[in-house]
Design a binder for this molecule. Structure first.
Ligand code: CO
Length: 135
């Protein structure tokens, strides 16, 4: 069912420092920070030839990644995102197979303006999985 790896998201305590690591140490192309108040994160995109890395920093008091940063003060891998052809079909299939959808079961508009759902790490080898509707 899953298609291309769309991105890997890494939660970081400081976006500027994190961007420097990817830019200066690893020599990657890194975008300017984009604040996404609706999602409670500020994001930077690292463009790689075959996929993207998203560095995400908590934004605001209610950020959904604040607890993660508390647990992983130096940052850490937060989720992986796979593309699917039909987000509703994917959701129904996941529920039928017993996977736990995180939060609302209706696909929400994600950071790329496409519908996404998140699936609980307990069902996927300890990894939070995002499914994103393909173009
Ligand atoms: Co994501």
């Amino acid at each position: 069912m899953i298609g291309r790896l769309n991105h890997i998201a890494i939660a970081v305590p400081n976006l500027e420092d994190a961007s420097q690591v990817y830019k200066e140490t690893l020599g990657a192309i890194v975008s300017e920070p984009v604040p996404m108040p609706d999602h409670g994160v500020t994001t930077v995109f690292v463009e790689l030839p075959n996929t993207k890395i998203e560095l995400i920093e908590p934004l605001g008091e209610e950020s959904p990644i604040s607890a993660f940063i508390k647990k992983h003060p130096k940052g850490g891998m937060h989720h992986v995102c796979f593309e699917v052809n039909d987000i509703f079909q994917a959701r129904d299939q996941m529920i039928a197979l017993g996977a736990t959808i995180v939060g609302a079961k209706e696909p929400a508009i994600g950071a790329h303006n496409k519908p996404v759902i998140f699936m609980h790490p307990k069902d996927f080898l300890g990894t939070l999985i995002e499914l994103e509707q393909k173009d």
